[in-house]
Design a protein around this ligand. Structure first.
Ligand code: HEC
Ligand code: HEC
Length: 287
């Protein structure tokens, strides 16, 4: 193809600089699509229906948010005073040992207590998942008590109940690769972050806990509000995490001989890096 000289010198390098990050993202998304089975025909009905009618996605709410009943507040207060107030204070406003909880919302409390992160044993290290100290009813009571201390607010999410029946796994896979894999890795196994922090494994998280993590951003994880990821998109991610990520044997898409997530990750890497190198060669050739 013939290109005008001035186009080559002024637009060429700038275009290349702009195009490269985009191409990297595109390759990563492509790998996600490949391994998710979008090309193997996963959920063609959903994508087709949505492309035809964008309102179709809103027929049933993919996530409903709710507060535990206020009848739980008294029991929750007793549990809080016995197990949490030594660090967070009786009024939950925090002490020099633990942060304020007034206004954090029921979803934040439920996430930290149901994953066993709270009550904390050793405050010198990043809280980790451990067997929860409380049953579901007690956990909801504690969440009801803390939520009762502040007015309802959009920045303090209530407890999400995720309906993954109509979820699209292929979309969930792409969104997971773009938003989560950078810290949690493509297999969800988790990885080290800067300064001794780490993104934990997702293999034990329930649907509610995955949605809570996304909507509340625990610790060093960013919070993804409804402006960044819609409830439909979060439900797709939740379906992907609690489906193919937690049960890799049942994953859709290319089987790759069922050689396991690590080896499959290498195949994905090979395709991804190979693709980027081809693009780099192609760009170099033109320069
Ligand atoms: C030994 C002290 C200690 C005890 C006991 C304790 N916490 Fe905590 N809690 C902490 C510390 C320290 C943090 C901050 C952890 C971090 O951000 O890494 C925290 C964080 C939290 C958070 C997250 C707050 C936010 O804004 O992200 C919640 C929710 C929470 N605690 C609830 C509870 C509940 C409910 C109990 C009782 C069941 C409890 N904690 C018991 C020390 C404690
Ligand atoms: C910047 C890095 C980062 C990104 C991006 C990120 N996370 Fe996290 N995630 C974390 C960290 C750090 C924690 C642990 C927080 C703590 O306990 O202090 C965490 C915790 C979690 C947990 C709790 C796991 C468990 O069972 O204990 C889930 C679930 C989770 N993240 C899901 C997601 C999803 C889904 C996405 C994408 C939408 C995502 N994360 C994006 C860093 C990240």
């Amino acid at each position: 193809m013939r290109v005008l000289p001035h186009t080559r010198t002024t637009v060429g390098p700038r275009l290349r600089a702009m195009a490269l990050p985009g191409l990297v993202v595109a390759s990563v998304a492509l790998v996600g699509l490949l391994t998710s089975g979008a090309f193997a025909g996963a959920s063609p009905h959903h994508s087709a229906a949505r492309a035809a009618d964008p309102r179709a996605a809103r027929v049933s709410d993919p996530i409903t948010y709710s507060l535990p009943p206020s009848s739980d507040v008294t029991a929750g207060q007793q549990l809080f005073e016995a197990n949490c107030s030594s660090c967070h204070g009786t009024d939950a406003y925090g002490t020099d040992r633990a942060p304020n909880l007034v206004g954090v919302g029921a979803a934040t409390v439920d996430f930290w207590v149901s994953t066993g992160r709270m009550p904390l044993a050793d405050s010198s290290i990043q809280p980790v998942r451990k067997p929860p100290r409380f049953d579901r009813q007690q956990t909801l009571s504690i969440a009801a008590f803390v939520a009762s201390l502040a007015p309802r607010s959009t920045t303090a999410p209530e407890i999400p109940n995720v309906d993954t029946a109509g979820a699209n796994l292929a979309t969930g896979n792409v969104l997971f690769v773009l938003n989560c894999a950078g810290c949690h890795t493509v297999t969800g196994a988790g990885d080290a972050l800067a300064d001794g922090y780490f993104a934990p494994s997702m293999h034990k998280a329930s649907k509610t806990q995955v949605a809570e993590a996304v909507r509340t951003g625990p610790g060093n994880m960013p919070r993804f509000g409804t402006g960044t990821l819609s409830d439909r998109q979060v439900a797709d991610i939740v379906a992907y995490v609690t489906g193919p990520i937690q049960h890799p044997d049942n994953r859709g898409g290319l089987g790759l001989g069922g050689i396991g997530p690590v080896a499959e990750g290498f195949v994905a890497l090979l395709i991804g890096v190979g693709g980027i190198m081809l693009i780099a060669f192609w760009l170099g050739e033109r320069a």
